[in-house]
Design a protein around this ligand. Sequence first.
Ligand SMILES: C[S@@+](CC[C@H](N)C(=O)[O-])C[C@H]1O[C@@H](n2cnc3c(N)ncnc32)[C@H](O)[C@@H]1O
Length: 263
Amino acid sequence: MSGIVYLVGAGPGDPRLLTLRGAEVLQRADVVVYDRLAPAALLDLAPGGAERVDAGKARGRAALSQGAINRVLVDRGRRGLEVVRLKGGDPFVFGRGGEEALALAEAGVRFEIVPGVSAAVAAPAYAGIPVTHRGLATSYAVISATLAGGAPADLARTAAAADTLVLLMAAERLGEVCAQLIAAGRPADQPAAVISSASTAAQQVLTGTLAELAATEAGVDPPATLVCGPSVALADALAWSTPSTSAEPARASGPQLFGRSAR
Ligand SMILES: C[S@@+](CC[C@H](N)C(=O)[O-])C[C@H]1O[C@@H](n2cnc3c(N)ncnc32)[C@H](O)[C@@H]1O
C-alpha cells in the first residue's frame, strides 16, 4: 500500500504558528524530514519512534542534496509510510516544495500540501508593516534577492513589480540590494525595513530609508526579510512588539535598530 507525503509549512519561527493540519499530520508521522528553518521544537510533536531525517538546508547549503531529499521522500512513501516534509514558512514560497511535489507525482506517491505562514507576510507583520494598506499600497510582490547557487537576482526586472516589495534571501547583501533597488527606480527616500528572525526571541528590526539601508554597516543576521514601500512608514505607529529594554536609543536620523522579543 502506498503511503503519503505531507509537504508541511512550519511557519516563520514561532512553533505556535504551525497550522492545526500541520500539527495533526506531525503527531502521527512515521518519518519527519526537516529543514534548518523549521522550528526545532516542532520535532517534539512527532512520535518518539518516528524516523527523523535532517535535510539541513540553510542558505544554499544542504546536508542532503535536493535529489537525495526527493529520493528519501519517494522511498519512504513507497514503503507505505506517513511522511512529513517540514519546511520553513510555506512550502511553495521559495521552498522547493514544487520540485518535491513533482518528484512524488512522477513516482506515483500520494502527497498533500499543508500551507504554512510564510515569512514573506509574517516578517513584515511582526514589524507592524501591512504589505497592503488602503491608500498606500494596493499590491505586493515577493522576490528572491538571491538565485539558486547564490548568484544575485536581476532586480532591475522586478523593482517596479508592486507598491510593496518583500525581498527574501537579502541579508548577506543588504546594502547592495537596496542600492540596486534605487538604481532601478525605487525612490531613495522610500521607507524600508529589514526584519531578522521574525516571531522568535531573537527578532530584530532595522528601519530607515532605502538610501540609509544601502549605506548602513549594521550587520543583519539571517534569516532576514527586506521590505520597502509606502506602507513601511506605518511600522512605528503599528509596532505591536515593543522594543526590548536592550534596544538602542532611537537616533535623530539614520537607520534604527530594535531588538524585539516575540510574545
Ligand atoms: C529559502 S527562503 C524560504 C522561505 C519560506 N518558504 C517562507 O515561506 O517563509 C528563506 C528566506 O525566508 C526568509 N525568512 C525565513 N524565516 C524568516 C524569519 N523568521 N524572519 C525573517 N525572514 C525569514 C529569509 O529571507 C530567508 O532568507
